[in-house]
Design a protein around this ligand. Structure first.
Ligand SMILES: Cc1ncc(COP(=O)(O)O)c(C=O)c1O
Length: 468
């Protein structure tokens, strides 16, 4: 019998490593031309992080009595983050696998702490999708809060109008991912306090940046009522993927975060996160980076990213045919086209070798291009702006998506089996081996035109097909 995927005889070390590296050949590169996904601070720091990662990849945080280093490393990172975000004595932090897991734990802790029968959360429409995921997993009703259509900050008056005794949690972002703006955290937290609700600040993308910027409004534990923050070291902490912090004002509240189980026949279980076995490798990388860079090291990188961002924003303000969507409080932002099709512009930028994030319209936010600026991008900002200006020349006018495909997709998102052949659909859209074609404006126009439920159904079809 031939075994295609799990070979009968082992292959040589060189052979398998070459195959592995080959599989990465068309991946997004950390070369300064990617304005999304990549948070890279250069070769030297990447090498340091890699060494720490390799040295600690066998450590299982599941049992810190067997691996005492897991406790030392995790509490080392937690203490540094708590100190950076001005936590009071008695505060506590937990290492998680990422922002989504930190948010999941914050929502669970708030829910179990409140102990309400029909819990709700107030969620600005700019908050990260992971709050919707947490609500879905944890049985919490989401009450959407409006945002200002110009600043894209949460509308506190709307939050107040929607507040009631079942609201257990108010969420604010510092900043939001799409537009890079900080919500009015002090006012939202005061509202939460007034009603005895929990305030969570999502500082997943801002936690390692905002403390090193000037004139940032208070967003952390200095704000009364802020009970928890999420902060990702695998973003602007520059650590490899797999490390975020869930930070709590009062460590005693972790009882509602933990899970213990003594009703089975195996070893004693107590988990601080949703994971059981828990790699400590990325946490170790974060620890060495914090210790090696220190506050000065992070500050200098934040300054250079912010300089590049302000130059890019000023250029977008100056250029005809594009316009900012909100004004960022840190180094990630959104802009749209005022003349011409935004998805065609994204295609043109892709052809010039840039990776940008075409983003669909939702709520008050129009279809736009999102850019996340990392230290590697700073040196490429001028080249990007020159290409942007060139790409805007004779940009085709905004186009409607093909009506037949939109009609076909209308079947999706209405529940039940539509009988749609996902493979065929992907083929028609030009998606092969999971990669969008370079010219993907048509696909984006189609998805942008579809209602959210249809988009969600399409995304599920897509991922199912990708991993089949
Ligand atoms: C503001 C914000 N919150 C939460 C998340 C989710 O983080 P992760 O992808 O690490 O789960 C992100 C990711 O970009 C984010 O920007």
């Amino acid at each position: 019998m031939t075994h295609t995927f799990f070979p009968s005889q082992g292959r040589s070390r060189d052979d398998v490593l070459a195959a592995l590296l080959d599989s990465k050949s068309s991946d997004l590169k950390a070369d300064g031309r990617a304005f999304a996904f990549v948070y890279d601070a250069g070769d030297e720091l990447r090498d340091l992080a890699r060494e720490a990662y390799a040295a600690c990849m066998g450590i299982n945080g599941l049992d810190p009595t067997v691996y005492p280093s897991a406790r030392v490393i995790e509490t080392g990172v937690a203490s540094a983050c708590l100190e950076l975000l001005n936590a009071p004595p008695g505060a506590a932090g937990t290492a998680t696998a990422g922002g989504t897991e930190s948010v999941m734990l914050a929502v669970k802790t708030a829910r179990d702490h409140a102990g309400k029968k029909s819990p709700k959360m107030l969620l600005p429409e700019t908050a990260h999708a992971c709050f919707h995921k947490a609500a879905h997993y944890l049985g919490i009703e989401v009450v959407m809060v409006d945002v200002d259509p110009t600043s894209f900050r949460a509308d506190v008056a709307d939050a107040r109008a929607k507040m009631d005794d079942d609201v257990i949690l108010v969420v604010g972002s510092a900043p939001s991912y799409a537009h890079g703006v900080i919500d009015p955290i002090e006012e939202l937290a005061a509202l939460a306090l007034e009603y005895g609700a929990w305030m969570h600040v999502d500082a997943c993308v801002g936690g390692c940046v905002l403390p090193f910027m000037d004139d940032v409004p208070p967003f952390d534990f200095r704000v009364p009522g802020v009970m928890s923050l999420s902060m990702d070291l695998h973003k602007y902490g520059f650590a490899p993927k797999g490390i975020s912090m869930m930070l709590l004002r009062d460590g005693a509240l972790r009882e509602a975060q933990y899970f213990a189980c003594a009703t089975w026949s195996g070893y004693a279980i107590v988990n601080s996160t949703t994971l059981g076995s828990k790699s400590i490798a990325a946490t170790a990388s974060a620890w060495v980076l914090i210790q090696h860079l220190g506050r000065d090291g992070y500050r200098s990188r934040v300054t250079s990213m912010w300089d590049a961002t302000t130059r890019m924003v000023a250029a977008i303000d100056r250029l005809d045919g594009v316009e900012m969507v909100g004004r960022p409080d840190m180094n990630l932002f959104a802009f749209k086209t005022t003349d011409g099709d935004v998805f065609d512009l994204a295609d043109r930028l892709t052809e010039c070798g840039w990776h940008v994030q075409p983003t669909y319209a939702y709520g008050r936010s129009p279809a736009h291009i999102h850019l996340t600026v990392d230290p590697g991008n700073a040196a490429h900002a001028s080249a990007f702006l020159a290409d942007l200006e060139r790409c805007l020349t004779d940009l085709p006018p905004e186009q409607a998506p093909p009506a037949a495909v939109v009609a076909m997709l209308g079947m999706l998102g209405q529940g039940g089996n539509t009988g749609l052949d996902a493979g065929m659909l992907m083929k028609q859209l030009g998606i092969t081996n999971g990669k969008l074609p370079t010219q993907s404006a048509t696909i984006h126009r189609i998805i942008n035109a579809a209602p959210p439920k249809t988009r969600e159904a399409l995304l599920k079809l897509f991922i199912g097909e990708l991993f089949s």
